[in-house]
Design a binder for this molecule. Structure first.
Ligand code: 6PG
Length: 223
């Protein structure tokens, strides 16, 4: 695995602090963040909406997504729907919101990210199988062309439903900072494997800096 692993008791609180710190490190600049899906992410966004409400000038924040399920934006499984409810609708207007739309071409999102150059922060979770974003074990997007920032992908195991759009490793690597948030005992086997250097999708992530915020239940026993 790449990056630094920090064991924290309060993953959402630690995440909110990292986002505020990253925002404060870019004074006078727009702040470009790519959001994750999942229950851990939902808890992180609800806390960020509370703790970051006054520390972050949301009017200079541009929201992107690290992955999306190919469902309508009002579908209960939509990552966009989750983030709007947990964060965007709570903090008010942002500078821009760029949801992933599977019915648009990949090029549309590729161009948005290409124009950016770098993302300030990419938030990632990790599944019990070691997937991150929608980069699943054994899936095609793991080996996307290095010039591809986004890809359509599916979970060949069938455990994670819906066709997806996802950042590729190249797309993630454009982040100044990747923050992983991993919580709960069900994640410990994958966390142990990634920490031991086994080749799981989450372990392949590289970026300017990779920070793992992991609670005690998910943390490798050796730490
Ligand atoms: C998705 C997410 C996915 C998620 C992990 C962890 O769209 O499903 O991007 O990568 O972060 O599956 O999800 P939980 O926090 O719900 O375990």
């Amino acid at each position: 695995m790449n990056g630094d692993l920090v064991i924290v008791d309060d993953v959402p609180g630690a995440f909110a602090r990292e986002v505020v710190a990253a925002f404060e490190s870019r004074p006078g600049e727009e702040f470009d963040i790519a959001l994750s899906g999942g229950d851990t992410a939902r808890a992180c966004y609800e806390r960020l909406a509370a703790d970051g409400a006054h520390a972050i000038d949301w009017l200079v924040v541009n929201f992107f997504w690290g992955d999306e399920r190919c469902v309508p934006p009002d579908d209960p499984d939509s990552n966009e729907r989750m983030a709007r409810a947990a964060l965007l609708e709570r903090v008010g207007a942002a500078n821009a919101v760029h949801p992933m739309r599977c019915d648009e071409t990949l090029d549309a999102y590729q161009l948005k990210l290409g124009e950016l150059g770098q993302l300030d922060l990419v938030h990632l979770g990790m599944g019990p199988d070691g997937h991150t974003a929608s980069l699943f074990p054994g899936s095609k997007a793991l080996d996307a062309d290095p010039g591809q920032l986004v890809a359509f992908n599916e979970d060949p195991s069938g455990r994670n439903k819906h066709p997806r759009m996802t950042l590729t490793y190249t797309g993630i690597a454009r982040a100044r900072l990747v923050v992983f948030t991993v919580a709960g005992a069900e994640k410990r086997p994958a966390m142990e494997a990634v920490f031991a250097g086994e080749d799981l999708p989450a372990g392949r992530v590289q970026a300017g800096r990779v920070l793992w915020l992991v609670d005690r239940a998910a943390a490798p026993r050796s730490l």
